[in-house]
Write a new protein. Structure first.
Length: 160
């Protein structure tokens, strides 16, 4: 199994992939933060949004499957724990997979990322259970495509 090195996310490191790194929202009650991030996404997407609050269990540091949202950006923020974001720029199908192109980042709690539509990425991967918010454009079809990773990758936890 190949290992992926993980780096802290920042705007400069994520920008080449079209990912926006957004400073933590103002402190406040959870409902206020959900509203603030939903309003940001609504404005940024120029459409109505669907905000989903989730509890994500801690996961092994593996990249076993990848996903893409072809018709909507995805704004994601974890409220309590850091999480790993893995990006697969240029990946279009299983045959084109090159493990050397995978980039993985640690995202601090409260920091949001805006993943552009059409960018293959790994799932939200917290190492400890966390509450998270995921915001998509409303009323889109065929919005979730998920494939097994053709070469399962271990995320090097020493860098997390």
């Amino acid at each position: 199994m190949l290992a992926i090195r993980v780096q802290d996310i920042d705007a400069g490191g994520a920008a080449p992939y079209g990912v926006e790194v957004l400073a933590p929202a103002s402190a406040g009650a959870r409902a206020d933060l959900v509203e603030e991030w939903s309003n940001y996404a609504r404005e940024r997407y120029s459409s109505e949004v669907v905000a989903r609050e989730l509890t994500i269990p801690g996961k092994p540091a593996l990249l076993n499957f990848v996903e893409v949202h072809p018709n909507s950006p995805q704004l994601t923020v974890s409220f309590r724990e850091p999480w790993i974001l893995s990006l697969l720029p240029g990946w279009t199908d299983v045959a084109s997979f090159d493990p050397a192109t995978v980039r993985s980042f640690v995202v601090a709690p409260g920091t949001a990322v805006l993943i552009p539509a059409g960018l293959w990425h790994g799932p939200l991967t917290p190492l400890e259970t966390t509450d998270a918010l995921v915001v998509f454009r409303a009323d889109v079809r065929d919005e979730w495509t998920e494939l097994p990773n053709p070469v399962p990758l271990a995320i090097d936890r020493a860098t997390v």
